[in-house]
Design a protein around this ligand. Structure first.
Ligand code: NAP
Ligand code: MG
Length: 403
């Protein structure tokens, strides 16, 4: 075996919970450690370790990502009342993803991994459609009123200096509903910057769409900020990378997406992203084939799988039963993070290795070896589905056989 690939800067590794924690270890043992002399700074974000450290470890991990620039995270339990009992927790700790996102001020991008034998529900989709969802404001931080008698609905803004601005929404002659929403220029700007950075990093076109023909002011500000950030900071970089930024109306975007071949980043306002990411994910196949990356406006990256800790499979595993859990999104979290490290530190061998591992993973599935979630969808259907570990062994053997 040739010498292992050396790294220069540590990768921030965040371990997690349940079935994904089990697979995390095997992925490293079988697919990465034999080829890469892993340099990591390890943070245990497993629920017990978070509880023991009063969740300090989550904050330390986020700070480490700020220091080194790239992190890879296993799925973690966000505790609810049941988990507090199950793990005898001191407190119902908040979601680690929420904590990390708040510290890094990031936008989450979700990208499906495609294989030839699992066809998207939309036949024209040949390349991934990546969704970038703005994660602040609009209806998710709105106020609502159900009014039961006639009256006047108004928007009132009282500035910090005491000046009042009023607009009438409606002279209501009967009962009805009213809603007030907001967003912030700084948040929209961060979102825009994260989208441009991600499109450049993936070398894909960026689409952004709103309804600025109807919401001339609200969505107009979104459109203007995207334009400003693009023209001031990214126009030349996009030209050099051979990619484009394209703005259109949301209904036009939906029509174009359905007829497209994929292969672009679709930046969505908060609600559009909520709805469209579920549509895109389910049309592409399985949650276990969806990667997720948090990109901060400062250019920090945190890679993970889009799915959770696969609790049901873990309870089977604890009972000693065979599981058939798909590790593809976990593997791609590692390859995504190592590739980014390779790009930042200029280590071509590391980049080449991640591409080879991704290729081996896809080839294994395309050769008919897969876990149960994919076996149910694949055409042709495989004669049998593999267990969690058999699948990883199959990838390891494909990887070994690739030049
Ligand atoms: P989940 O772990 O995503 O699993 C939901 C179901 O999806 C599974 O029961 C399984 O279906 C299928 N599935 C998901 N990933 C799979 C894989 N890799 N291979 C095969 N099938 C897969 O969601 P959950 O069970 O609702 O949540 C479990 C825990 O995860 C919760 O404590 C939650 O807080 C946490 N969570 C963490 C994150 C994160 O850290 N990013 C995200 C979401 C949830 P079948 O049972 O039908 O096989
Ligand atoms: Mg949703």
């Amino acid at each position: 075996m040739p010498d292992k690939i050396q790294m220069r800067t540590p990768l921030v590794e965040m371990d997690g919970d349940e079935m994904t924690r089990v697979l995390w270890k095997i992925v490293k043992e079988k697919l990465i450690n034999p080829y890469v002399d892993l340099k990591v700074e390890y943070y245990d974000l497993g629920l017990q370790a978070r509880d023991k450290s009063d969740d300090k470890v989550t904050f330390e991990a986020a700070e480490a990502i700020k220091k080194y620039g790239v992190g890879v995270k296993c799925a973690t339990i966000t505790p609810n009342a049941e988990r507090v009992k199950e793990y005898n927790l001191k407190k119902m700790w908040p979601s680690p993803n929420g904590t990390i996102r708040a510290i890094l001020d990031g936008t989450v991008f979700r990208k499906p991994i495609l294989v030839k034998n699992v066809k998207p529900s939309i036949p024209s989709w040949k390349n991934p459609i990546i969704i970038g969802r703005h994660a602040y404001g609009d209806i998710y931080k709105g106020q609502e009123l159900h009014v039961t008698e006639p009256g006047k609905a108004e928007i009132v803004f009282t500035s910090a200096s005491g000046k009042e601005t009023r607009v009438t929404i409606m002279e209501m002659k009967e009962p009805g509903v009213i809603q007030g929403i907001h967003n912030l220029e700084s948040s929209i700007e961060s979102f825009a910057r994260a989208c441009f950075i991600y499109a450049l990093s993936e070398k894909v076109d960026l689409w952004f769409a709103t309804k600025d023909t109807i919401c001339k002011v609200y969505d107009g500000v979104f459109k203007d900020i995207f334009n400003k950030v693009f023209n001031n900071e990214f126009k030349d970089k996009f030209e050099k990378a051979g990619i484009t930024y394209f703005y259109t109306l949301i209904d036009d975007a939906v029509a174009r997406v359905m007829k497209s071949e994929g292969g672009f980043l679709w930046a969505c306002k908060n609600y559009d992203g909520d709805v469209m990411s579920d549509m895109v994910a389910s049309a592409f196949g399985s949650l276990a084939m969806m990667t997720s990356v948090l990109v901060s406006p400062k250019g920090y990256f945190e890679f993970e799988a889009a799915h959770g800790t696969v609790q049901k499979h873990y309870y089977k595993y604890l009972k000693g039963e065979k599981t058939s859990t798909n590790s593809v999104a976990l593997i791609f979290a590692w390859t995504g993070a190592l590739k980014k490290r390779g790009e930042l530190d200029n280590i071509p061998q590391l980049i080449a290795f991640t591409e080879k591992l991704e290729k081996a993973t896809i080839k294994t599935i395309e050769d008919g070896k897969m876990t149960g979630d994919l076996a149910r969808l694949a055409d042709p259907a495989p004669s049998q589905s593999l267990s969690s570990e058999e699948f990883l062994d199959a990838i390891a053997s494909t990887l070994n056989s690739l030049k």
